[in-house]
Design a protein around this ligand. Structure first.
Ligand SMILES: *Cc1c(COP(=O)(O)O)cnc(C)c1O
Length: 833
């Protein structure tokens, strides 16, 4: 057991503990001076105030107590901090949006800070940004995740250009976290039954501004050695280890909220990893209310929201059925489910005993609402999941989209913060952001260009230092190390490319024609420089070779000053990069980039994007904002590489270097202004959270509450409705369609025999696919005449404009209930053939 007594600080410094344990310091840089004053070296190395407090010598603390300037800074800081915490926040004033509901956000990764590195990439950084935004806007969202003892690997590159992986230990005593205490005042532990044993989970609490993140870890001495390692690494280990982590996150996570006595209305699943929680949530609801498991499923599903992040089926989390049964067996007896019923929740075809169990399918079935993360990804996802909605047109598969956004205060530079504060005020990211664009559009050219220069300068300095560090680690000659201080040029057009090194991101598209890239970089009058960073997954040999190819390029003669590969891409490095680059390059193979967020981080700092028309850029790009490669078709490497070079040579470089007599590239600056003003607010997480609140959380909260009250009466009704429709559906049949033209109108009618099903539980529609230049169309048909002598037989009518031929239309019957999310919760549909 870790001793968990934070050191005692002198009374005058007590407030430091409160500040250090609240991760708001990751985005409130007003405090930076404070931490730096205590220990400049530790601050520079770790950016972890909590660690600084644990390690500062008593002498130094004593000196700080005597330091009047320090005390003043501290007093101001704590005042400002408490004001932030006490303010009701934007959300408090938003009725009826705000009705005291609680959202729990489940994620396998949280990337809040390098001081608490529980992430591998974009998914985690998004989750971190989301919690920070919830805090700023005052929205009651708490996070649930895992505390990894080692997290994701740290990268170094050896002399041969090969990636090496290291897994430094996350010592909980130096992390800015605390044990979470249960209602009895003791450290909260959650016990989960596993086959033949009990798994004990420790619960930790992270304070993120006004919100909380709960982390679970299995490294408890009560567990066996293997179980203690369940939460040791992120995305490493085999299938069983991965499933166990998901058991801990989903089932343990929900049990934790229950143990803490937190009443949750909405569970938001950030990717399918936490999908098991839908089972646990329903099971506990069943026990609390005494309804059946199926009824509880109907009650709780309304409060579950699933966000999918993958654009390919191979990205889904899939487990052998036997493995799932091994760990979910407890649900069979308790919930009176057969093993086939349980496994059907994660299968495309419920009757196929050989099909493995897919967590994304479970999530989709267990959540009344699902969404993708960009407009294009929405289209891709509707196709990916279409098998679960047989006979539905792709467009109607119930997966919407909310485009991701970034938490701007985490990514802006001090320079850009200053500039934005002047035009929009300090509080600009604490609410909705629609009006920011107009205000920022007024900033003058000189100020913008000066900001870009300062930021580039900071990045060049940072890159030189990192490079010197890397070279000495690699045992290069002192001469080489010294030369690092002279690489790059603070006045040179600076391109950045940093992301996961994996095939679909095409990190080597720029290397397609090495000679051409070399010429571009080393041009006499218009030189260009390039900063590269990124990790390859430890098991991805191809990704590692892509890194090696860049290392070979970097070492070509004459390029040393023009291109730098920075090792160990992480949040902190990303901050420097997105603040200092002029152009951020992204070359994914469309449509494989679900959204991509790193390009959004440059917006606030005036960086421009040059990107494939994929993910967010496919919906953001306009010539006034930056540059695009690719088209609305799948990517072609040859074509894209050619276009990438020609855009750089003929558009980017000339625009950057065409200066007026004051040395300002006026047109470039116009691009900066347009991109900052128009795209910055739009791709901020403020906009994203607002979208989730309006489009997903509000409907979820209201439906969950309606279904749950009075012993879940409405949920029981819905369940009965669902059962009745399932039994009677096959008896529906259609008669002949008749159409009659009357001037500009077509009257279409069709007899439909509903058999066992009451007319109020279906909707009849006239549907037409897009064809011959006409769009998709779907019109209601109304029952006017009941057919004599037929049980539930009606003639349904619709009148449509005659310009479209009658044979474009097909009548269809779909399940309908005003209280259900459709077709998500009941995809029954019948078509006239
Ligand atoms: C923003 C960010 C990402 C996500 O970037 P993509 O655009 O999705 O490639 C990954 N890693 C870090 C460290 C980041 O800051």
């Amino acid at each position: 057991m870790y001793a968990f007594l934070p050191r005692k600080l002198p009374k005058q410094l007590h407030d430091l503990t409160e500040l250090a344990l609240n991760l708001r310091w990751t985005w409130n840089h007003a405090l930076d001076e404070l931490w730096k004053a205590i220990d400049p070296l530790l601050w520079a190395r770790t950016h972890n105030p909590w660690l600084i407090l644990q390690n500062t010598a008593p002498q130094r603390l004593k000196a700080l107590c005597q330091d009047a300037a320090f005390s003043q800074t501290l007093a101001r800081a704590i005042d400002e901090h408490r004001r932030y915490l006490d303010e009701p926040g934007w959300y408090a004033g938003q009725r009826p949006l705000n009705d005291g509901a609680q959202v729990a956000y489940f994620s396998m990764e949280f990337g809040l800070s390098e001081a608490l590195a529980l992430y591998a990439g974009g998914l985690g950084v998004l989750a971190g940004d989301y919690l920070k935004t919830a805090s700023d806007m005052g929205v009651p969202i708490l996070g649930v995740g895992l505390l990894y003892q080692e997290g994701y690997f740290r990268q170094s590159i050896d002399a041969a250009g090969r990636q090496q992986e290291a897994y430094p230990h996350n010592d909980p005593t130096s992390l800015p976290i605390q044990p979470a205490f249960g209602r009895d005042g003791a450290w909260l532990k959650v016990a989960l039954p596993l086959p033949g044993r009990t798994l004990h989970l420790r619960v930790w609490q992270v304070i993120v501004g006004r919100t909380r993140l709960y982390l679970l870890d299995s490294n408890d001495l009560l567990n066996g050695a293997a179980d203690r390692g369940i939460t040791s690494k992120l995305y490493a280990g085999g299938s069983e280890m991965r499933l166990l982590q998901e058991v801990v996150l989903g089932i343990g996570g929900w049990a934790t909220l229950d143990a803490l006595g937190i009443r949750v209305d909405v569970c938001h699943l950030n990717e399918g990893h936490a999908a098991l929680l839908v089972l646990e949530r329903a099971r506990r609801f069943m026990h609390k209310t005494g309804v059946s498991f199926q009824q509880a499923w109907w009650a709780t599903r309304a409060g579950n929201v699933f966000t999918t992040h993958t654009p390919v089926a191979a990205g889904f989390d899939v487990f052998p059925a036997a493995l799932v049964l091994k760990y979910a067996r407890g649900y069979l007896d308790d919930c009176q489910l057969s093993s086939q019923e349980l496994l059907a929740l994660g299968r495309r075809d419920p009757t196929d005993d050989d099909e493995p169990f897919n967590m994304a399918f479970l999530a989709l079935r267990g959540c009344a609402q699902s969404n993708a993360v960009s407009r294009l990804h929405g289209e891709v996802s509707r196709r990916l999941f279409s098998d679960l909605y047989p006979r539905w047109p792709y467009e109607e598969v119930p997966v919407g989209y909310v485009t991701n956004g970034v938490h701007v205060p985490s990514w802006d530079s001090a320079w850009s913060d200053h500039l934005w504060t002047r035009s929009c005020g300090k509080e600009r990211w604490l609410g909705t952001v629609e009006t920011l664009a107009d205000t920022v559009a007024d900033t003058d050219d000189k100020a913008l260009w000066a900001m870009a220069a300062e930021q580039r300068h900071d990045l060049v300095n940072y890159a030189r230092q990192r490079l010197a560090g890397q070279l000495s680690q690699r045992d290069e000659s002192p001469q080489q190390v010294e030369e690092a201080a002279r690489v790059l040029d603070p006045n040179c057009l600076t391109l950045g490319f940093a992301r996961r090194f994996t095939d679909y991101k095409r990190p080597n598209l720029l290397l397609h024609d090495v000679e051409r890239l070399k010429r571009l970089l080393t041009h006499e009058q218009h030189p260009v420089q390039l900063i590269i960073a990124g990790k390859a997954h430890p098991a991805d040999e191809q990704g590692k070779q892509l890194i090696q190819a860049w290392m070979d390029f970097v070492h070509l003669p004459g390029l040393r000053r023009h291109v730098v590969f920075l090792e160990d891409y992480d949040i902190e490095m990303a901050q420097y990069l997105v603040q200092g680059v002029d152009v951020w390059i992204n070359t994914p193979r469309r449509p494989w980039e679900a959204c991509g967020t790193s390009g959004m981080k440059v917006l606030v700092n005036g960086g421009l994007n040059l990107s494939e028309l994929d993910g967010w850029w496919a919906q953001a790009y306009q010539p006034a904002y930056g540059w695009a490669i690719g088209s609305d078709a799948p990517s072609d490497d040859e074509v894209d590489a050619e276009r990438l070079y020609s855009v750089l040579e003929n558009e980017v470089v000339p625009l950057f270097y065409s200066r007026d007599n004051q040395g300002i590239p006026r047109e470039w600056v116009q691009h900066m202004r347009a991109s900052m003003a128009q795209l910055g607010p739009q791709f901020s997480s403020n906009r994203m959270l607002h979208d989730y609140l309006e489009q997903y959380y509000q409907p979820a909260i209201q439906a969950f509450r309606r279904r749950g009250k009075d012993q879940a009466a409405l949920a029981c009704t819905l369940h009965a409705w669902h059962k009745a429709l399932a039994t009677g559906w096959d008896s529906i049949h259609f008669g002949q369609v008749e159409s009659r033209r009357d001037g500009d109108w077509l009257h279409i009618s069709v007899p439909i025999y509903l058999g066992e099903i009451a007319a109020q539980w279906v909707k009849v529609e006239l549907y037409a696919h897009a064809c011959d230049g006409f769009p998709d169309a779907c019109l209601p048909m109304n029952a006017v005449d009941k057919m004599p002598g037929a049980t539930q037989g009606y003639i349904f009518y619709a009148t449509v404009a005659a310009e479209r031929p009658a044979d474009h239309y097909t009548p269809r019957v779909r399940a309908w209930h005003p209280e259900a999310f459709l077709p998500a919760e009941n995809p029954l549909i019948a078509w006239q053939r």
